[in-house]
Unconditional design. Sequence first.
Length: 568
Amino acid sequence: MNNTAKHLTAILGAALAAALLTAVPALAQNPQQLGKNHAHQRVAVSHRYLLLPVQDREDLATIVVLSDNRQVQSINVRLAVDKVDYFVPLDIERFGAESLLLDITFHGDRRYTGAMKDFICWKEMTQTETFDTANREAFRPQYHHTPSYGWMNDPNGMFYKDGVYHLFYQWNPYGSMWENMNWGHATSTDLIHWEEHPAAIEADALGTIFSGSCVVDKKNNRVVAFYTSDGRSQVQSMAISKDGGKTFVKYADNPILVSNQPDFRDPKAFWNPEIQKWNLILAAGDEMWIYSSDNLVDWTFESTFGKEYGNHEGVWECPDLMKLQVRGTDKQKWMLICNINPGGPFGGSATQYFIGEFDGHKFTCEQKDTRWMDYGKDHYATVTFDNAPDGRKIALAWMSNWQYANQVPTKQFRSANSVPRDLDLFEYNGEIYCGVTPSRELRAIRGNAVKKLPQACEIVIDLKGGPAEITLSNPIGEQVVMQYDTENRTFSMDRTRSYVSFSESFPCVTVAPVRGEMKQLRLFLDNCSIEAFDAEGRMAMTNLVFPSQPYNSLKVTGGKATIYEITK
Ligand code: FRU
């Protein structure tokens, strides 16, 4: 309880004080205008949170939080000017001060909106003890991970330890568009039910916290996180957890890796038993750079990969590197995952991969063509869990595309992660490809077979051997059409007649090559996403859809469909 609360409780009694304290106007005084776009707002801290009113179409305002004339936090928020879209909570109690000064600079040209003192944000900032994260969104998925509020992009730092999967993610808790990156944190014991935790790694003087990875360092009984500090330069930093990933302490001598390369980010570290050392791979421009280390702190540069291989129409990001089994053989190969944006097969972001050999120093690619892990338009920043049980390589992808991720029609939160997928390799026509199979944990939530189409379900389609067509539609004529073309050996998904008005880049037909006959299709629907898999894991396609009314009709030719409820 803070001083105001103690004082009120003493003179009014607990019940009356609590009633008064649930939501009091924060701002006893008006903002002090320092310049055309610059104001000071004093906050007498009486509650845990200051609710900041956000209007997404506005430009950013920088809020520097000052305590005793020292900066304790700096964030960028689209403070509401004439309409509040939603609120975000700023924890003001954590600084232990009775009073804080918010130094606020509005960016952009706001002449059209009138005088700063009339902005609606001043009136609407209030303090509260709790922040309501109950879902308010029709398009929030039911069995995919989403942040309880705010913007999310890449999955980060995923690891498994003591029965728990840890998922960190690029998170903006101060708005539903990309900004203020830090690592949000969620845990799960089954890869389906996720519990949210406070942010694990937050911005500091080196910069905001961009993507990276964690390793479970068993010898030293710790979890070590590697991430990019995005400040005036992009540099790599580390943080150490001694409590199994609950809390992290940043390494005192960060950064641990620097370069002149401006795009230098997304370190993925892993233990390589073949050389008895740690390896780390990161994205540098449109290449990958590989390092090795004995102690996780001192890294030796080993080699670069990529110049002559794959797609280079964008920046290479979020790598991963792993050894995988080729199905049905005793052969193993290395696979390098390379997310690229733009340059994806249908525009914008996508995940390409390379098959080859890795000796701890150099990755040697054995394929000539460009290969995509998922042929949808909403599958990006794919990386795998460190230390997953039974040698599994479990991947999650961010289900969006940088072309329109900031515009998709949700407010309280933006973006979900894909369903978990197990990666392996398979041989087809003498070539080795990446296999992508829905993780077995999804079988456990398969419920009863039902007649009516739920918004969250799994549809299993036993194909009859010839071409097939699957149409999902709603009463107002919006539809998604999938086709299995056995002649051209392709699977396609057409969402041009789904709800699409928020971005010109959204309508599309995505097409995947089918390698080997598909016998069964598994479709995972969850309010705003469709993930289509060849049940044998040789084709994956992930696409968002935003029907303005739920799809209630399923028509299938060329196969027999069973609709399963999802039980959570
Ligand atoms: C990929 C990415 C990463 C970066 C992060 C920033 O989506 O651009 O390269 O670390 O997002 O949020």
